[in-house]
Design a binder for this molecule. Structure first.
Ligand SMILES: [Zn+2]
Ligand SMILES: [Zn+2]
Length: 601
């Protein structure tokens, strides 16, 4: 995580963590404190409790916190010699603080800062080891704009061999209204949870027999995935990409050369020993090495560049079973991948074309809020986390930075988050209900092309190494569709909806007419469904709504007679009667144009 900026929100959330710890110690004096940083919706604090606490204690803790806030305590800084600080916390029986300070001592720190809370009468109420960044007076914290959200287990220092602590999460906002907005968003997001909706809408499934983190796309989910692939195919064709197909496995030697085995091994499935144990094969964690082999399969000249190889490539990543989460974190993923091989002087144009592609997708999916993060290397990690090429790092980071600036794209810079082979742009997007997702990345690679021997002949007949841009604007099907389910609350735009139109004959006699319309729609490449009259019309309408079918067409006497349809929009609940021909024409056009809303609501 990047260092957090110390702003008002940081001060508020960080100060509240002190309040939380103070309250907990007041209620359970034998509790051991560890650390409590601010997070993006508030703060948490990890404790070792003498006896476990539960959700039922939240009210008590909150009440105590309010009491503390109303006391109007201030913060006073204390600079302590590390050895005095260690003695201080030892006396208090707070072994984790002792450990933290001992570590700082080993790192050469001679002094550490502590902050004491002082109440109106001048008494000390609480003290914590801390670097600062507080409100002036605890009274500055609005007493009605925080809420204890949940408890979670967490190991001390993330080490499963150490003490299991209890983490208390608190949502903290500058005002009651903002807290309410956040809680409402969570409530709405829960209703839209892709795991719940995905099941209700029969889009994907998981099977114990197949294994955790290995989603199975059902026929309906496959329609959505196929439509997205079709979109990518069209966009990439216009962008001059060439499609390729590659296998799901490769020899270990390939990943040794690319550096993946050195930097990425723990995220790869263990190898298979094949051909009498002569060769190790791995499931591919990414598509690049395969694409590189296609590039280097023939001599390339500057005239071949830029060369853009695209594939919806299937990759496998050995995510920790505890980290698996619906479609958001899986072990099998299908990626909207492409690799652009180019000369340095072509880089800017290529890179910006990719950024433009992102923007077109955002518009198409109605993604209104996004942030681009330029993830940079950390010089301290050169030769470890990042390839040891200090000058190339700076140069490539500059190329990206200046391209982004030139296009006037807003971005933030984040140190120490690059890929091991180069800087990248991570794009965070927000769903319609305001939940944040990291969906896509755009990476520049100055290292692997050289390592795997990619070459082209320049205009002077000299051999050169191309730059490589890795890009996946639509991310993986798994994450993207997971996101879209929530974003659209399951009600996809027409072009993505697995079933676009449900035909509802009022009675038996109208069924033949409905089947005829169904046939006409199939011919026009629409995805219709007949819900026959064996159930009441009301029940079928509810069923269509539940399945989030954009249009429900009611067909009775009047409609048969005039060859019209009564269109009921599931989105707006409005009804309109139009000629069957006009309905089909308009809908075909809305699908073709990939409009967010159809002509009939
Ligand atoms: Zn503090
Ligand atoms: Zn790649």
């Amino acid at each position: 995580m990047p260092e957090q900026k110390i702003d008002d929100l940081y001060r508020l959330r960080h100060s509240l963590a002190h309040v939380l710890a103070q309250a907990v110690l007041k209620l359970w004096p034998d509790t051991k404190m560890t650390i409590g940083p601010p997070i993006d919706y508030g703060c948490y604090y990890d404790f070792l409790f003498g006896k476990p606490i539960s959700d039922e204690d939240f009210k008590r803790i909150e009440k105590e916190m309010r009491t503390i806030i109303h006391q109007g305590q201030t913060f006073e800084v204390d600079m302590l010699k590390t050895k005095d600080a260690i003695a201080f916390w030892k006396k208090k029986g707070q072994q984790f603080k002792v450990e933290l300070i001992e570590d700082l001592e080993t790192k050469g720190e001679a002094e550490v800062t502590h902050y004491r809370n002082i109440d109106a009468k001048g008494n000390e109420t609480f003290v914590d080891l801390c670097k600062g960044g507080h409100v002036e007076n605890l009274k500055d914290i609005p007493a009605d704009s925080f809420k204890i959200m949940s408890l979670a287990g967490a190991y001390w220092r993330g080490d499963e061999h150490r003490e299991q602590l209890t983490r208390i999460y608190v949502a903290v906002f500058p005002s009651k209204e903002e807290l309410k907005q956040y809680l409402d968003m969570l409530e709405e997001a829960k209703k839209r949870d892709h795991r719940k909706l995905g099941k209700e809408l029969d889009l994907f499934t998981f099977s114990e027999e197949v294994g955790p983190g290995l989603p199975l796309w059902t026929p309906k989910g496959t329609v959505v995935a196929d439509e997205i692939e079709k979109l990518a195919g069209e966009m990439e064709k216009k962008g001059g990409y060439l499609r390729v197909r590659t296998p799901h496995i490769a020899k270990g030697k390939l990943y040794e050369r690319t550096g993946h085995l050195a930097h990425y091994r723990e995220s790869m499935f263990p190898p298979m020993l094949l051909d009498d144990g002569e060769d190790e094969y791995y499931l591919k964690p990414m598509n690049c090495p395969h694409h590189h082999e296609i590039f280097s399969s023939r001599p390339r000249s500057y005239r071949d560049l830029p060369m853009r190889l695209a594939e919806y490539g299937h990759c496998y990543r050995y995510e920790d079973s505890g980290a698996l989460f619906g479609l958001m974190r899986v072990r099998s993923l299908s990626m909207n991948d492409a690799h652009i091989y180019c000369m340095e002087e072509q880089f800017e144009e290529e890179f910006l074309a990719v950024i433009d592609l992102y923007m077109r997708y955002f518009k198409l999916f109605d993604i209104q809020k996004y942030v681009m993060r330029l993830s940079l290397h950390d010089p301290k990690e050169l030769g470890k986390k990042y390839v040891n090429e200090p000058e190339l790092w700076l140069k490539t980071e500059d190329l990206v930075r200046s391209a982004m600036k030139k296009r006037g794209v807003e971005f933030v810079e984040v140190p120490d988050e690059a890929a091991f082979y180069g800087p990248k742009i991570d794009i965070e997007i927000w769903s319609a209900v305001g939940r944040e997702f990291t969906l896509a990345t755009n990476q520049v690679d100055f290292d692997i092309p050289r390592k795997v021997g990619l070459r082209y002949t320049d205009a002077h007949g000299k051999e050169q190494v191309p730059l490589c841009i890795h890009r996946a604007p639509l991310g993986t099907h798994e994450r993207t569709i997971g996101f879209l389910i929530e974003h659209f609350a399951g009600l996809f735009p027409l072009w993505l909806a697995p079933v676009q139109v449900a035909l509802l004959p009022v009675a038996d006699v109208h069924e033949e007419h409905a089947r005829g319309l169904h046939e006409n729609m199939l011919i026009r490449d629409l995805r219709p469904l007949v819900l026959d009259s064996s159930q009441s019309l009301g029940k079928r309408i509810r069923e269509g709504e539940k399945q989030r079918i954009p249009y429900l067409l009611v067909i009775g006497d009047k409609e048969v007679e005039s060859n019209s349809v009564t269109v009921r929009s599931v989105q707006t609940k409005e009804q309109v009667t139009v000629s069957a021909g006009k309905f089909i024409e308009k809908t075909v056009e809305d699908v073709k144009e990939r409009r967010l809303r159809g002509s009939f609501g």
